[in-house]
Design a binder for this molecule. Structure first.
Ligand SMILES: C[S@@+](CC[C@H](N)C(=O)[O-])C[C@H]1O[C@@H](n2cnc3c(N)ncnc32)[C@H](O)[C@@H]1O
Length: 234
């Protein structure tokens, strides 16, 4: 029997952004692997593992008992961040949900507008919608990563500063920091989106109706340009 759960690369990268000594809120916890892992490793002082559904919380409870972590982690049944403020979390994880749902959860929780709270987010879809929401609502993205395992995932870290900014279409989709950091996972993600956009472009070209999409065409040419630049660097 192992004394901590084994984290996938996606969960491991997200967990690495939790601060030492933090009290963690894991929203949509399901298995509760990250709170258990970080608590058992002594990195966090405690956590609330929260979910909207009973089934995932039963899984979380079984894991707390299995890994003997029930002393430091409280289970909570609620929608998003409802009722979480009373735990005064330092770091909030919202992983494995759609980008729009993550936006909705944050927008309903005014208490996250606090420069001491760190949001660690991993949207399964629409990272561009999440980045647009964050940047327009005063949350600064302070760190981000692209993780390639069974799929390609993006993790972003944000804190409320009150300063809004506007991101380009490339920055919304791939992340300003990711684009400046480069790397193989970025190349894979760019290629993935190039394939999608090329297929859509072919579909438009074969359609009889005029279905121009200058936005997607421009994005595709910027992706190609970035891929050329990155290939030169390698
Ligand atoms: C795909 S699982 C992700 C589990 C884990 N966070 C991970 O990334 O591996 C999504 C979880 O979010 C929960 N969930 C969905 N909507 C939610 C909401 N509005 N508030 C809290 N939890 C939610 C689901 O019940 C489910 O357990």
């Amino acid at each position: 029997m192992t004394d901590t759960p084994k984290l996938t690369k996606r969960l491991s990268v997200a967990a690495s952004y939790a601060r030492s000594g933090a009290f963690l809120a894991d929203i949509g916890t399901d298995h509760a692997y990250i709170p258990i892992y970080l608590f058992k490793k002594g990195k966090i002082r405690g956590a609330v593992a929260s979910d909207i559904n009973e089934g995932p919380l039963m899984r979380a409870r079984a894991n707390l008992l299995r890994y003997k972590a029930d002393g430091g982690i409280t289970l909570n049944l609620s929608n998003g961040l409802d009722g979480i403020e009373k735990f005064s979390p330092d770091d909030i994880l919202i992983l494995g949900m759609g980008g729009e749902l993550i936006c909705d959860i944050i927008s309903r929780a005014e208490f996250t507008k606090n420069k001491n709270i760190r949001l660690i987010l991993q949207p399964m879809t629409h990272p561009e919608i999440l980045r647009s929401f964050l940047s327009e609502n005063g949350y600064s993205i302070t760190d981000e990563a692209i993780i390639e395992e069974d799929k390609i995932y993006q993790v972003m870290v944000a804190t409320y500063t009150g300063e809004s900014c506007s991101l380009s279409p490339m920055e919304l989709l791939f992340g300003r920091l990711n684009l400046s950091q480069g790397g193989e996972a970025l190349v894979s993600l760019l290629k993935h989106h190039r394939e999608i956009l090329e297929a859509r472009q072919r579909g438009r070209q074969s359609a009889t109706a005029n279905a121009d999409n200058p936005y997607e065409d421009l994005l595709l040419s910027e992706i190609n340009k970035k891929l050329t630049d990155l290939t030169k660097e390698i």
